[in-house]
Design a protein around this ligand. Sequence first.
Ligand code: G3P
Length: 217
Amino acid sequence: MKFFADTADVSELRELKDLGLLDGVTTNPSLIAKSGRKFTEVIAEICSFVEGPVSAEVAALDFDGMMKEANVLRKIAKNVTVKVPLTLEGLKACRVLSGEGTMVNVTLCFSPNQALLAAKAGATFISPFVGRLDDIHQDGMELIAEIRQIYDNYDYDTNILVASVRTANHIKEAALIGADYATAPAAVLKSLVKHPLTDKGIEQFLADWKKTGQTIA
Ligand code: G3P
């Protein structure tokens, strides 16, 4: 399973890269607003040190507007993935951009039928938002399992990129289902290493090691 970081914070991204936890990046208008930086500049900086796909989202809602913005974004770097919303206009843009060899991430997916349409439009990634479904008391992971089955039934190449990930458990569930990618905040990715018995074990080993009076040299 590959991990994307869902952030436009360059220092977080550099840290994740050094930890080997960064296969790519996703951003959205909310994350760009949070960064307080100029959209095209922050995407260019991210692409200067991240080799994997870097999602940059269009703001227009009509096909022509999306294509115009996509042309600006995809010129920034080869690994820019144009992110479009799951609407008819977004799917139309997805089909054209994919046909031209640009990676496309279709975002704001909340149903299996939406995911089916994105695959038919040639999306590179489909982004189902599990956390926001959980927020309204629907099972986000059930959606991932259903999309996995549909894509496998028809051998679609579109990658399932689990988004709106809030917890380590979301990542475990997504991996068990066989999702291709998960995108999550840096804190969630780093939390995967945590287990209380690991911490307790380290503490105990260190205490016992001290008793030996030895050093490793
Ligand atoms: O990848 C989409 C993500 O940024 C949305 O997450 O937590 O705002 O639902 P959240």
